[in-house]
Design a protein around this ligand. Structure first.
Ligand code: ADP
Ligand code: MG
Length: 256
């Protein structure tokens, strides 16, 4: 049975997609069977896994509208070592098309249930909003990984996400919990980042992952080559941090 995790934060540009594809590649590297689901119509996680979103015949959109199953719509990224349920601009229409259909927030959950035996991990890259797409992700998951930058308003920005997760937990998905907060794009030379990092640990205690992802230009360059940093430049500091994070995730789920 796969363990399913959403990578979510309603802010854009905080490192969700970078976290999703690099964690997927890191887990694959340590021998885990992984499916990466792109729930963002921008399709960055798809492209960043070496899959051309414009050439996909079936995507997560077809899965949400139940015109295809995951087993038909997934594709293998040979370079990255994991499977991809991709997204492209079609997905932008799903929000409206799902209005009024039944079980609309449970569509992804039901579809993933059918391929659960094929994987150890399913990672879902969420869009920067608390929309019906994100809700489908949250309804499917055992846990949420929240990437965050250690900046001034970081804690305040979390309130809406934490409240949404509580609501989903109470009403739709009893399994859902925050697995952890991942500090990303971290620069230890910046005093403010150290301070916010300490505040995070005071407030969220062991919900803060031990692994810290440094700001690293190789991670930022990798998407233009259609690869996660972990595959593009395994020796880079940021890539090594993500492989370490994959190990920490495997440890955490043993304790769940
Ligand atoms: P989101 O999916 O939350 O919008 P992205 O993962 O696309 O965020 O990251 C936003 C930008 O920051 C991208 O250009 C990405 O390459 C860059 N980035 C993400 N993580 C790092 C990092 N650790 N070091 C350097 N650049 C990063
Ligand atoms: Mg993204």
């Amino acid at each position: 049975m796969a363990r399913i995790f959403c990578v979510a934060n309603q802010k854009g540009g905080v490192g969700k997609t970078t976290t999703t594809v690099n964690l997927a590649a890191g887990l694959a590297k340590i021998g885990q069977r992984v499916l990466m689901v792109d729930l963002d119509p921008q399709g960055n996680a798809t492209m960043g896994s070496g899959i051309d979103k414009r050439k996909l015949e079936l995507t997560v959109y077809d899965v949400l509208l139940e015109s295809a199953g995951v087993a038909e719509a997934r594709v293998r990224s040979d370079k990255c070592g994991y499977d991809v349920l991709g997204a492209n601009r079609d997905l932008a229409g799903a929000e409206v098309e799902l209005v009024g259909v039944d079980r609309r927030e449970r569509r992804l959950r039901e579809a993933l249930g059918k391929v659960s035996q094929d994987y150890d991990f399913v990672l879902i890259d969420c869009p920067p909003s608390l929309s019906m797409l994100t809700l489908n992700g949250l309804c499917s998951a055992h846990g949420v990984i929240v990437p965050m930058q250690c900046e001034y308003f970081a804690l305040e920005g979390l309130t809406d996400l934490v409240n949404t997760i509580k609501q989903v937990h109470a009403n739709l998905n009893k399994d859902l919990q925050i697995i952890g907060l991942l500090r990303v794009m971290y620069d230890p030379r910046i005093t403010l980042q150290q301070q916010v990092s300490e505040q995070l640990k005071d407030h969220f205690k062991d919900k803060v992952f031990d692994t810290v992802i440094p700001r690293n230009v190789r991670l930022a360059e990798a998407p233009s080559y259609g690869l996660p940093g972990v595959v593009f430049d395994p020796a880079a500091r940021g890539s090594q941090a993500f492989v370490e994070f994959a190990g920490e995730m495997v440890e955490r789920i043993r304790k769940m």
